[in-house]
Write a protein of this length. Structure first.
Length: 509
């Protein structure tokens, strides 16, 4: 009997020890998905039960910001710096592999151009610490599936420098605009996808008129979800950080088959049916991941985060017309300021959720993103957070979750206290979102008190001011009534744009 008790003690693991084991972390990063596309944020046409479950069983953020465009949004996530810092918009050129695969350049020419590209492509400082490296330093295995790195063209050594022990996906973000690539990359090795032959990976037109299944036979997102589930099964017995920057639902629209919810919809166009099916596939894949966590017995010790890189974009019909804003007295807020109102201009899904602007816009529809976090036993179910937060806060938050010291000089602030229902003693005074694409409605500064300054016309020096705590749709420009506030915030914004990176300055600086 005594021997039996000794053996039982050796193999028994108390619940407190299991609860204190390092938690796994999964970040699912959607592409061009506005908050309004999710049921938990108000979507009425498409049901998203699996993503909604994350919110129902976790915490939903309502004052969360990404970028306004793909590459800088990923840069700020992976570096922990706001994209107004030097380098935040320094992306390289994509498309080189497509030219080679299409026969537009020879293999020799491709290799010469690639070598030159590597030599001149946004060099990385030796002391720079990226998101995945934080997890690596804490003893975690790291993995990435999908749109690799920050964009636009990368290669094996660079992906490894970013801290990924395992990866699978696209090196070239321009190839990501098609869902049927002839090949993908896994840990530096090219692997072919059966039935896919088009150099542009089956990219469709912006009108979305191509038939369902156009582009090839093997859909990239089905490859990724299979890879993710395989990885979870192989690594569930040790702590891991898994990052899934999916293509979904970035356009042009393409899908192997229409979802049954929309296949026979009486009023939707083909493009709308395909786009809705892409959103449903994203939600279904979230469900597959969650079910696998339960099967593997690690659901209770896994933090799952769901976000999107930037605001909503229309890939399923004509762009909406512009609507002029009005001041309280009925006069135009600014004659040069005309914003997209997707809920008023033909977007049947209202993906921006009534917010002004779309992707590439400095208004809320371009930069306000969903963020949902589920952590059983740690986060109170069904809670909401209006904490001012952003993509560049995730690196600091991850460091706190995995028990690693936060790298010095980063712009982000950990929101782990908020997740755990504790006082958030450290908070941002402001969030910066940069935009080099357009001079109209571009850069923005959002303050903790709820004011938002928008550089409405860079050439004309026109700024607008909104109180997003009461006017998140940015209908009422307050600039004329608060000139001192405009000037104060304008100076902060100018100071932050193209500012040096504190995380790369000498330690005694």
């Amino acid at each position: 009997m005594r021997t039996f008790l000794v053996l039982l003690a050796l193999f028994y693991c108390p619940p407190t020890v299991q609860a204190d084991a390092p938690p796994n972390v999964i970040l699912i990063f959607a592409d061009d998905l506005g908050p309004g596309m999710l049921g938990c944020y108000g979507q009425q046409v498409i049901t998203t039960p699996n993503i909604d479950r994350l919110a129902r069983e976790g915490m939903k953020f309502t004052n969360y910001y990404g970028g306004v465009y793909c590459a800088p949004a990923r840069w700020t996530l992976l570096t922990g710096m706001h994209d107004g810092r030097l380098g935040g918009w320094a992306q390289n050129r994509a498309g080189l592999p497509i030219w080679r695969d299409a026969g537009q350049i020879t293999e020799e020419d491709y290799q010469k151009r690639l070598a030159k590209h590597k030599a001149n492509s946004n060099p990385i400082a030796e002391e720079e610490v990226f998101l995945a490296q934080v997890a690596q330093n804490a003893g975690y295995q790291t993995a990435q599936f999908g749109k690799l790195d920050r964009g636009f063209l990368t290669w094996h050594e660079r992906v490894k420098r970013f801290g990924w022990d395992f990866y699978e996906g696209y090196y070239d973000h321009q190839r990501c605009h098609g869902f049927y690539p002839p090949y993908l990359w896994r840990n530096g090795e090219k692997f072919e996808l059966p039935g896919n032959t088009l150099a542009d990976c089956g990219k469709t037109s912006e009108q979305g008129d191509e038939p369902v299944g156009y582009g090839g036979e093997t859909y990239s997102q089905n490859v990724f979800i299979k890879g993710i589930l395989k990885y979870l099964r192989a690594n569930h017995d040790r702590p891991f950080f898994l990052y899934h920057p999916t293509q979904l639902p970035h356009g042009p629209v393409a899908i192997p088959e229409l979802h049954p919810d929309f296949a026979d919809h009486p009023t939707m166009s083909l493009a709308e049916k395909k786009y809705a099916s892409m959103v449903k596939m994203l939600d279904d894949h979230v469900g597959l991941i969650m079910n696998e966590l339960v099967t593997l017995g690690i659901d209770d010790n896994t933090v799952v985060l769901f976000a999107s890189d930037n605001g909503h974009e229309l890939y399923y019909g004509p762009k909406p017309s512009y609507k002029t804003q009005k001041l309280p007295n009925g006069e135009p807020a600014n004659l040069t300021d005309k914003k997209w109102r997707t809920s008023e201009c033909g977007d049947i899904f209202d993906g921006a959720g009534g917010r002004a602007g779309l992707k590439r816009s400095g208004y809320q529809g371009g930069m306000q993103c969903p963020m949902i976090v589920r952590w059983p036993g740690k986060i109170s179910p069904g809670t909401e957070a209006d904490l001012l937060s952003s993509h560049y806060d995730f690196l600091a938050t991850l460091a706190d979750i995995v028990g690693e010291e936060q790298p010095r000089g980063k712009d982000g602030i950990s929101y782990l206290p908020t997740l755990l229902g504790q006082p958030q003693t450290q908070q941002h005074d402001f969030i910066v979102v940069n935009n080099r694409f357009t001079t109209m409605g571009s850069r923005a500064l959002i303050t903790r008190e709820g004011f938002k300054l928008v550089e409405a016309d860079r050439k004309g020096g026109v700024y607008q001011l909104y109180n997003i705590s009461t006017d998140n749709e940015e209908r009422i420009d307050l600039a004329s009534g608060f000139p001192e506030k405009v000037e104060q915030l304008k100076q902060i914004l100018k100071r932050e744009i193209d500012s040096p990176r504190p995380d790369l300055l000498p330690k005694n600086h």
